[in-house]
Design a protein around this ligand. Structure first.
Ligand code: HAM
Length: 456
């Protein structure tokens, strides 16, 4: 209890200072970003681009194709897939009634949209497996904290129509490759939560255990509710009492049918053979209702404390063989995964992964006087279209300011066009490293610049 009191005080203090800060900036409280949302500003986008490019390139290498679906979907889509018993649907949805009275939701994950799109676009008639990836925002009204946002972004991959455990393994391999090539050390947790057949027997045993005298009373209120709706989720609870009760719960592996056991063994063998380190975590059940069979979660290695609370998973996924059929499609074995972009970006910012720099061979075009500015604007377009990396500051009048900007950009050459050059039909070319300047015939500017760039 005192913990809550403290965190309440902390929140009040933070809100107070935040309001003071806004006042100083002259911003009205009503005009600021919503809680749990983030602006991604300028240079930070280089990290985002790097993560998205790495993930997309690898997905394409393994035969996945890009798909984009709407961010708004019918609320029912998530009730039927992510599941009524999941925290996401029961507590965290951004759902509302639109002007036509339709119940709609901002997607809290991408998978249900891809299942809908697979059925709706008749993809079941395409050659299988159908492999797709998608990247974009998701919305969950969670309690914001470091690494947990109300709008976050996922890189999602799904494989439709492949029952072989190779598909489950492939997803883990791709995720492993993405993170290692981004220089992030990860831990992979793997489990198998059984299929429709074998899970029934297990659920009975599990429910029996939790309903034993004394056990039920120790469960947190959420778990008491989950016990009737989705008892598997009790194994995922982070409350202290529920964690200790979990120790005595029957392990699901003891109940797996022959087929699930065989597939699970195969997945682990493939991981061993490809030297992908993993932990067998028999309590891993994942927080979404649709999973069957293999489930996995990826966390960063260096955060064991935080990871235990499940707060900083970088990604997760698994098999969901019954969902396409449940949505009205043909029975289609399916599996997928999603990686969190914000959390991955946060990791690479500290891992020191090098960003590609685009600052070589920059040519800065400076001007002095309005007539020179007009001519420089035309020259800028000509040089840009011929493929040269030109930069400018046409809104500035002072040559000193423009040269400072050229320096800040790391320009190799600066072209200077002033009134004298206009009269003489020349242009000044300055080597920014040596400071040497030369007057050249205006007509030869492009050839001269190209000669100097190519000589590098
Ligand atoms: P998930 O575990 O709910 O799975 O989310 C996947 C990843 O999205 C998380 O590991 C985390 O990195 C990121 N993420 C989720 N919520 C937030 C948040 N509030 N703030 C920051 N990052 C977040 C799914 O969504 C499944 N659809 C994965 C899947 C695909 N299963 C099968 N196919």
């Amino acid at each position: 209890m005192p913990r809550h009191k403290n965190s309440g005080n902390n929140n009040q203090r933070r809100d107070f200072f935040h309001k003071e800060e806004l006042k100083q900036k002259g911003l009205s409280e009503k005009l600021v970003r919503l809680r749990g949302m983030k602006d991604v500003i300028f240079e930070e986008n280089k990290y985002w681009d790097l993560v998205i490019k790495k993930a997309s390139d690898l997905a394409e290498v393994y035969g996945f194709k890009k798909i984009q679906t709407p961010i708004l979907e019918p609320l029912e889509l998530y009730r039927k897939s992510t599941g009524e018993s999941s925290d996401i649907v029961s507590k965290e949805m951004y759902a509302f009634v639109d002007k036509n009275g339709e119940k709609i939701a901002l997607r809290p994950e991408i998978t249900p949209s891809l299942v809908r799109a697979y059925i709706e676009n008749g993809m079941l008639n395409m050659p299988h497996p159908v492999k797709m990836y998608s990247v974009g925002p998701i919305f969950r009204h969670e309690k914001p904290q470091a690494g947990r946002y109300r709008q976050s972004h996922q890189f999602d991959m799904e494989i439709f129509g492949e029952a072989s455990p190779v598909a489950d393994f492939l997803l883990m391999l791709i995720a492993y490759n993405i993170f290692s090539e981004l220089q992030i050390d990860i831990e992979l947790q793997v489990n198998n939560i059984g299929c429709k057949q074998c899970r029934g027997e297990y659920i009975k045993k599990l429910t029996g255990y939790y309903k034993e005298r004394g056990n039920r009373a120790r469960l947190c209120n959420d778990c008491k509710r989950r016990l009737d709706k989705n008892p598997l989720r009790l194994l995922d609870c982070k409350e202290a009492n529920c964690i200790s009760l979990k120790e005595g719960a029957p392990p699901i592996v003891d109940f797996l049918c022959e087929d699930c056991k065989k597939k699970f063994t195969r997945v682990l063998e493939y991981l061993d053979e490809m030297n992908i380190p993993y932990n067998l975590n028999l309590n891993l059940v994942r927080g979404l209702d649709y999973y069957t069979g293999t489930v996995f979660e990826i966390t960063a290695k260096e955060d064991p404390e935080k990871n235990q609370g499940g707060q900083l998973s970088l990604g997760g996924g698994g098999r969901y063989d019954t969902l396409v059929e449940f949505f009205g499609g043909r029975p289609t074995p399916t599996c997928g995964l999603a990686l969190g972009i914000e959390r991955t970006v946060a990791k690479i910012k500290t891992s020191g992964v090098p960003l590609e720099k685009d600052d070589k061979n920059i040519i800065f075009l400076a001007q002095l006087g309005d007539a020179a500015r007009r001519k420089a604007m035309l020259l800028f377009e000509e040089l840009r279209k011929s493929g040269l990396k030109v930069k400018q500051a046409f809104t500035r009048d002072s040559l000193k300011d423009q040269l400072e900007e050229a320096n800040a950009l790391g320009a190799k050459l600066t072209l200077i066009l002033g009134q004298k050059e206009m009269n003489d039909k020349t242009i000044l070319i300055r080597d920014m490293e040596s400071g040497n300047q030369e007057v050249i015939d205006y007509k030869k500017v492009k050839t001269e610049v190209e000669k100097r760039i190519n000589a590098v």
